[in-house]
Design a protein around this ligand. Structure first.
Ligand SMILES: NC(=O)c1ccc[n+]([C@@H]2O[C@H](COP(=O)([O-])OP(=O)(O)OC[C@H]3O[C@@H](n4cnc5c(N)ncnc54)[C@H](O)[C@@H]3O)[C@@H](O)[C@H]2O)c1
Length: 348
């Protein structure tokens, strides 16, 4: 019997890679898994029992098929046998802008009653993987999950854990809430932060820094749409600022959609720092990473850590999980401090 029954909202690239790797791990060894076991839970203990989306290419399909439906362009790692989990119709509470319209075609199906559906499927943890632009929808799902007594992990940039009304709901219902905005395993935010921490530790003073990125997957349209709202920019900047105890000039931005990159992201990072006797250090980093593969390790760790929080009857925002595995936790901290707190929490 599964030990962790999860539902996923948003059957996009991150969900596709997640489902594929969960299946692959049942058949064979996969290189690069960070924690085969975490706090007594193996990755194989995670079972997806429900899935929701709003795109007509996904709703009504078995999850094994929906993960390969367009516009998803995550790399195919394995065939997935029929799961018996049919993607149900969620709710779209946000207007589609000119960019999101290019990657989302809403289904005309009637939305499911989410609270009833979560209860019927016995979902314990709902993992929010919907498009970043759909911020009102993410809030709605978090409220409905609380109503159903289900823990919530917000992997999107929507303000959910940082929304004090939603945080209070989870506290009152006695269930954990984790997020916001999953921190990719080796993405530009983590690399940027770790270089800044190294410079700070070794006595350099950061003067200014920027990180610019381009990508070729559907979420890139969302990031570009969010650009006008400045949300993603603020989240990344505040996450990176937490690398040092002092403030410095920082800019982060998604620049463009580059179709031939597919499910990869290119980032350019620039750092200016001063060290001994006014000597200047200038660092340029250019990186290319697979995007949705980058979500798997943090995601399976967040799910198991949330289950551990449930076992311990913890409720409301769990900062030990959020600060380590997410870009926009209620209390951001350096990578080192966040890592220490996380493992202390797991090993308690
Ligand atoms: N490395 C990563 O992949 C990574 C890292 C950090 C954060 N995230 C976040 O995870 C989320 C998913 O990323 P992705 O690359 O899979 O995106 P994606 O665009 O490939 O998939 C998003 C899915 O959500 C669906 N959707 C949109 N609005 C919805 C709604 N209201 N209800 C239900 N479904 C809805 C879309 O139809 C699509 O299937 C994004 O918010 C992204 O910012 C991903």
């Amino acid at each position: 019997m599964a030990k962790i029954r999860i539902g996923i909202i948003g059957v996009g690239n991150a969900a596709s890679t997640f489902v594929q790797l969960l299946n692959l791990l049942k058949k064979e060894e996969v290189s690069g898994i960070l924690h085969k076991e975490l706090g007594g839970y193996s990755i194989n203990d995670i079972e997806i029992v429900a899935a929701y989306d709003i795109d007509k290419s996904k709703v009504g399909k078995d999850l094994s098929k929906a993960i390969f439906a367009e516009p998803n362009n995550a790399v195919k790692l394995t065939d997935v046998p029929e799961t018996g989990v049919i993607v149900e119709m969620g709710e779209l509470k946000d207007p589609l802008g000119p960019l999101s319209k290019q990657v989302i075609t809403p289904s005309s199906e009637k939305p499911v009653n989410l609270v009833d559906s979560l209860k019927e499927h016995g979902v314990e943890i709902l993992v929010n993987l919907i498009s970043g632009f759909a911020m009102k929808s993410s809030e709605y799902y978090a409220e409905k999950a609380a109503e159903a007594g289900v823990a919530f992990i917000n992997c999107t940039p929507a303000i959910v854990v940082n929304n004090s009304d939603i945080a209070k709901l989870y506290k009152a219902r006695g269930i954990p809430l984790v997020g916001d905005d999953l921190l990719s395993q080796i993405g530009s935010t983590a690399l940027h932060k770790s270089v800044l921490e190294l410079l700070d530790e070794r006595g350099a003073k950061i003067l200014s820094s920027y990180a610019l990125d381009v990508g070729g997957n559907p979420e890139t349209f969302s990031s570009l749409e969010l650009r006008s709202r400045n949300v993603k920019r603020r989240i990344k900047a505040s996450s990176i600022r937490a690398a040092t105890p002092y403030d410095f000039a920082i800019a982060t931005q998604s620049m463009d959609y580059v179709d031939f990159l597919g499910d990869q992201r290119d980032a350019a990072i620039h750092i200016e720092a001063e060290f001994l006797a006014g000597g200047r250090i200038s660092i340029e980093i250019k990186m290319r990473v697979p995007d949705s593969l980058n979500a798997f390790n943090p995601l399976v760790d967040a799910i198991r850590a949330t289950k551990i929080a449930m076992d311990r009857k913890l409720s409301g925002p769990i900062n030990e999980i959020s600060a380590y595995l997410f870009k926009n936790p209620p209390k951001p901290m350096s990578l080192r401090e966040a890592r220490e707190n996380f493992y202390r929490f797991i090993n308690q």
